[in-house]
Design a protein around this ligand. Structure first.
Ligand code: PLP
Length: 381
């Protein structure tokens, strides 16, 4: 057994060598530095099992309040707290299958859906038909309808803020297709859920995120733009009855039921998420969304002014670009060596920076400086 103090000093060393969002190095991930009230709440409620609302009634109380606050943006308070976008997406398709009258096992989605939809389909033995779309465009509702007619799916999934380019599918138009053909529609707003309602209000994006009549579920991650500690996501349903379909019998528990995919789960993350949402408030998320978008535009304009870069105009605060000199994987590797971590946008053969709430203009300027440096060395500038 190692001495406690030795473990602490090893942990401190490991911590000092672990990148932190506020140092400006993490520019590709959709994670962010959690709000301090969330860290405090997490520690305080570290012992709480989110799977046991009888022994820990706080779990149900705060989940209800959290769903009501965030759900007011989309017009539903029915749903559940989950561990992230992946769990929410798997669960949405699971519920879709349970409530669907159709015998089909087909899911139709644009090719831009997150890989967790592929995962969900693999896990449940579903057939995923992908509609090929330009990663810089939303799916054409007429093309989607053609696929619905042809493949008779029980569910359609679209994305409000795609992973690789931040594109927002046309929720309202797609919901009309879903209504017309009586198909379950899940909207994956893991990234865009806490951006779109505000950016739409300010006329910055042209698609709103709402429970239009044909929408059955919407997922929104709080550990992304919500600034809650990981793991944290909400899955909303149009109907209260759908929530029960995400639950299973578990007789030995005092409640007798278990909702969601996990069993024992960090109740601390639910309490922390609730505290963070209280501290920031919807007005705080609105300000944050506008600030993220402004920094994204600054990055876009700066990249646009550089001859050696080809950059795509951002819809949400995700900026995607290619180098005219390096292939995107090499460019990402070179920036990695400069201490800047970006992610790939393989469908566009490009690099991607996500302007999360922790990203400042200074971080973006350091990225630009590093880009200038790697291109200068090769004599491009
Ligand atoms: N959906 C979208 C659109 C995403 O961008 C992501 C992650 O980036 C996910 C789902 C999966 O979320 P998580 O990593 O929290 O499981």
């Amino acid at each position: 057994m190692e001495d406690f103090n030795e473990i602490v000093s090893k942990l401190k060393d490991l911590y000092s060598r672990t990148p932190k969002h506020f140092d400006g190095s993490i520019l590709g991930s959709m994670t962010t530095w959690p709000h301090p009230i969330g860290v405090y709440a997490y520690q305080l409620f570290i012992h709480v099992n989110g799977n046991d609302p009888v022994v820990f009634p706080i779990v149900q109380e705060l989940e209800k309040d959290l769903l009501a606050t965030i759900g007011s943006l989309y017009g539903s308070r029915h749903g559940l707290f989950t561990s992230g976008g992946t769990e929410s997406n798997i669960l949405a398709l699971f519920v879709a299958r349970r409530v669907s009258r159709s015998k089909s096992n087909v899911v139709v989605a644009p090719s831009t859906v997150h890989a967790s939809i592929d995962k969900a389909c693999q896990l449940m033995g579903l057939r995923l038909i992908k509609i090929p779309v330009n990663p810089l465009s939303s799916v054409d509702p007429d093309v989607l309808e053609k696929h619905v007619r042809e493949h008779n799916p029980f569910a359609v999934v679209v994305t409000a803020g795609t992973t690789e380019s931040g594109v927002v599918d046309k929720v309202k138009e797609v919901s009309e297709v879903a209504s017309k053909h009586d198909v379950y529609l899940h909207v994956d707003a893991a990234f865009g859920g806490l951006l779109i309602p505000f950016l739409y209000k300010h006329g910055i994006v042209d698609t709103d995120l709402f429970f239009y009549p044909g929408v059955s579920s919407i997922s929104v991650d709080l550990h992304k733009n919500g600034r809650a500690p990981i793991p944290s996501s909400l899955l909303f349903f149009k109907d209260e009855a759908y929530v029960d379909k995400a639950c299973f019998e578990m007789n030995y528990l005092p409640s007798g039921v278990n909702c969601g995919l996990l069993g024992t789960r960090p109740g601390a993350s639910l309490v922390a998420s609730w505290a963070v949402v209280k501290a920031i408030g919807l007005e705080g998320y609105e300000k944050q969304a506008l600030a993220q978008q402004e920094i994204a535009l600054h990055l876009f304009n700066e990249l646009h002014s550089r001859e050696y870069i080809e950059v795509f105009k951002p819809v949400l605060p995700i900026v995607v670009w290619r180098s005219r000199l390096y292939n995107y994987i090499d460019m990402i590797k070179k920036l990695f060596n400069e201490g800047i971590f970006l992610y790939k946008s393989p469908s566009l053969q490009a690099a991607r920076a996500v302007i999360m709430p922790h990203v400042t203009r200074e971080h973006v300027d350091a990225l630009l400086k590093a880009l200038d440096k790697i291109h200068e060395r090769s004599g491009f500038n």
